[in-house]
Write a protein that binds this ligand. Structure first.
Ligand SMILES: Nc1ncnc2c1ncn2[C@@H]1O[C@H](COP(=O)(O)OP(=O)(O)OP(=O)(O)O)[C@@H](O)[C@H]1O
Length: 254
């Protein structure tokens, strides 16, 4: 029997109302350390808002968000980031005029931990670590390429590398495969499978093929609530989930 993993993130009865509209409604959501959790649901289910609440971009109306057992919903956004939560938004925020290497140099030197302390007097970054990150995301042959010249998929991978450079305990990703070609999506699934166990990830995604390729547990949201949770087969056969997706082409077209 595999031992139970430590709980890293716990949302308890989390609610957020925007001018009276309840976008997230008494949500209970827990993620264990090392998990790769997918969060799916029809449009407007509250998925992105949930990520916003975890990273402090939006404030909860009621409930509690605990990270490593300590409440974080009371903290400012930059302090939540410092506790070890990284967020990848849908629109990449790489420095387009700089090369991949220069972007990674900045990403690695932003590291608030041991690396900055080791290198702050030399102003340098750990080249080996930088190159390992480039290999991990498949950009090792593009280190001298200007970020503006990268394909959409490569730009997303650079952004993921910049988040990994910070080595956050928890990484939140919002639709990482949006706009990617089928090949780029497959490569992103391979990347996520390489991250499995080394990082804890919560991935909001519409592409069910991708979700099937990477997910251990899938959480399904609908109308701000947690509707179902389980394996890809379990949730796609769940009557409540099927009903929630009616009118949006079914769960396969989530
Ligand atoms: N700042 C806000 N003010 C008012 N309403 C908001 C705000 N943010 C989100 N909403 C509403 O909350 C609901 C949930 O939005 P959210 O973006 O979290 O859904 P989602 O599940 O991520 O949807 P999608 O898959 O379409 O991105 C939507 O009806 C949205 O219009």
């Amino acid at each position: 029997m595999t031992p139970a993993r430590d709980q890293l993130l716990a949302l308890k009865q989390v609610t957020v109302a925007f001018s009276g509209f309840i976008a997230v409604d008494r949500l209970d959501f827990e993620v264990a350390s090392g998990e790769l959790r997918c969060l799916i649901g029809p449009n407007g289910a509250g998925k992105s808002t949930t990520l916003d609440l975890i990273c402090g971009k939006s404030r909860i109306t009621s409930g509690e968000i605990a990270f490593r057992g300590a409440p974080i919903h009371v903290l400012k956004e930059f302090r939540i980031a410092r506790t070890g939560i990284g967020r990848k938004f849908q629109v990449p925020s790489v420095f387009r005029e700089l090369t991949v290497r220069e972007n990674l140099e900045i990403g690695c030197s932003r590291d608030p931990g041991v690396w900055r302390n080791l290198f702050r007097f030399t102003g340098g970054v750990d080249t080996e670590r930088l190159e390992r990150l480039a290999v991990l995301v498949g950009l090792e042959d593009h280190l001298e390429t200007q970020a503006a010249q990268l394909s959409h998929g490569q730009t997303q991978w650079l952004e993921i590398a910049l988040i990994l450079a910070q080595d956050p305990a928890l990484i939140l990703m919002d639709e990482p495969t949006a706009g990617m070609t089928a090949q780029e999506t497959n490569m992103t699934a391979e990347l996520f499978n390489r991250l499995r166990g080394k990082h804890t990830l919560v991935v909001v995604e519409h592409d069910m093929g991708f979700v099937r390729d990477i997910a251990e547990t899938i959480s399904v949201m609908h109308q701000g609530k947690l509707l179902a949770q389980g394996t890809a087969d379990e949730v796609s056969q769940d009557a409540k989930v099927r009903e929630a997706y009616l009118g949006s082409g079914g769960i396969g077209h989530a």
